[in-house]
Design a protein around this ligand. Structure first.
Ligand code: PLP
Length: 484
């Protein structure tokens, strides 16, 4: 135990007359947290700690207001990633904090194991107001990976209950990220993230994604033909594996990892038809894309397709408390409603009352402020602003939907030649990420596929922030050619 822990101020306030806890001071460390002290005990996620071996520790973000975050050194940044595709409504929203506090006072916790609590009931109903017809059943989790994990388990059990026990495999797309638990990681299509943890859950297979920028030359300028080609790879994989062995296909409406690959026209329509033809469930993994990120509370509704399962999390509370969900059709629930069968699966904190209350307040906020319409209305301006960067020699492609864009960086625009691994390490990690942050922009430079910069700001931003993103990116990206 750290000696400092004895110096913590009390985390529980005085008990008031009605037996209720009074104002609750946040537990504080006696000494200020600094980038250096951040590494005393903390193990950062997806982080190469050696990057901090010689100097300062990681940035410590201490507060936020609107679309701005502030670090422990007092510097502010434009958050062009909504934390991690999470903070849709922006920082510092008292009503979301109040919803959490009020719920914690009323009922801090109760599980959804054979019991219900009011906020889970209300939130399940509220979510299904926005799902396509038929998707009426909500199974809460605490995050996105758990929702994906739940969907694969449900798909397996569903087919077993229907007398088709061989249907257990799943398909997903190359470079797609679906989470880190061993099932979700098997579904994830990024070999580098999986190698250390093999063998993973067997039965996950991958098909090409919808990256038209890297499509064969005869398809690059014909999105409809490319969509047919990409959807047909799913049919081909089902045939290769055997339709009697495939349970489900996991697809993001717009694939994040690799840098925002939108679906070509007709793609989901064709995938839906293929899934129906072979009795394969279609899972729309909307952990990023739901809650306004690409317009619409759910992206599938916005994009006009009907999955069998939606997985979602991140933006549901705008990050003020964690929650996720798997939303299924009544058809998938039917064997469990009538057949004395149990979905033997759950999470202690799934559908936590505080998170459910915050999610309800967040949906109120979405409605009152028209956030979904704001995204729909301003997405073309955001895109057009970012497309101005296409005049830079290193910007090969700008793509995405809504408030969710990827900018692919290339070494040679004419040939679309990408950077080598060593160049990625030097330019993306060694230069771009720190330089953009230093210039006041928090975003993500990612090389899980080809190198991209990803932008997904809070849904409250407008032209002033679009311009700020563009000008910061321009000034930093303009320096890349000199590094080659
Ligand atoms: C599409 C998708 N699915 C699943 C996940 C996993 O979510 P979580 O990190 O909440 O487990 C993510 C996380 O980024 C994601 O983008």
């Amino acid at each position: 135990m750290n000696a400092l822990s004895e110096e913590h101020s009390p985390s529980v306030g005085p008990v008031g007359p009605a037996g209720r806890v009074g104002p609750v001071p946040v537990s504080r460390r006696a000494r200020a947290v600094t980038p250096a002290s951040a590494l005393d005990h903390l193990w950062l996620h997806f982080t190469d700690h050696s990057a901090y071996a010689d100097g300062d520790g990681p940035p410590v973000i201490v507060s936020g207001e609107g679309a701005r975050i502030r670090d422990s050194k007092g510097r502010t940044y434009l958050d062009a990633l909504s934390g991690l595709f999470v903070v849709q409504a922006g920082y510092g929203r008292p009503e979301l904090a109040r919803a959490a506090a009020a719920q914690a006072e009323e009922l801090a916790y109760f599980p959804l194991w054979s019991h219900a609590h009011p906020r889970a009931v209300e939130l399940a109903e509220r979510l299904t107001d926005h799902t396509p017809a038929g998707l009426n059943r909500v199974f809460f989790t605490t995050g996105g990976g758990e929702a994906v994990e739940s969907a694969w388990k449900l798909a397996k059990q569903y087919w077993k209950l229907l007398g088709r026990p061989g249907k257990h495999k799943v398909l997903a797309r190359a470079i797609a990220y679906h989470g880190t638990t061993q099932g979700a990681l098997a579904i994830t299509g990024i070999p580098a993230l999986k190698q250390m943890f093999e063998p993973l859950v067997p039965g996950a297979f991958h098909v090409p994604n919808t990256n038209i920028y890297r499509a064969a030359e005869n398809l690059r300028d014909d999105p409809t033909a490319f969509g047919v080609w990409a959807a047909d790879r799913i049919e081909e994989a089902i045939q290769f594996e055997g339709p009697d062995s495939v349970a489900a296909v996991f697809l993001e409406p717009v694939q994040n990892a690799g840098g925002c690959f939108p679906a070509p026209p007709g793609y989901f329509e064709r995938v839906r038809a293929i899934c129906d033809k072979y009795d394969v469930l279609l899972v729309s993994d909307e952990v990023i894309c739901a809650f306004g990120r690409v317009g619409g509370i759910f992206a599938c509704t916005e994009m006009g397709y009907v999955p069998d399962i939606i997985t979602c999390a991140k933006g549901m509370t705008s990050g003020y408390s964690p929650i996720g969900a798997m939303i299924t059709t009544e058809k998938l629930f039917e064997p469990f409603r009538t057949g004395h069968e149990m979905f033997a699966h759950g999470y202690t904190f799934g559908g936590h009352p505080v998170s459910a209350a915050v999610a309800l307040a967040n949906l109120d906020l979405f409605e009152r402020e028209g956030l979904v319409d704001h995204v729909r209305k301003h997405a073309p301006d955001f895109r057009a602003t970012l497309e101005r960067l296409l005049d830079l020699p290193v910007v090969g492609d700008v793509r995405g939907e809504g408030f969710f864009y990827g900018i692919e960086l290339v070494k040679d625009k004419t040939t679309r030649e990408s950077f080598s691994d060593a160049e990625c390490e030097r330019i993306l990690k060694g230069f771009l990420s720190p330089a953009l942050f230093e210039a006041g922009l928090y975003c993500r430079a990612d090389d899980r596929g080809d190198p991209v910069i990803q932008l997904a700001p809070p849904l409250i931003v407008g032209q002033a922030e679009f311009d700020e993103m563009e000008s910061t990116l321009r000034s930093v990206l303009s320096q890349v050619p000199d590094m080659l």
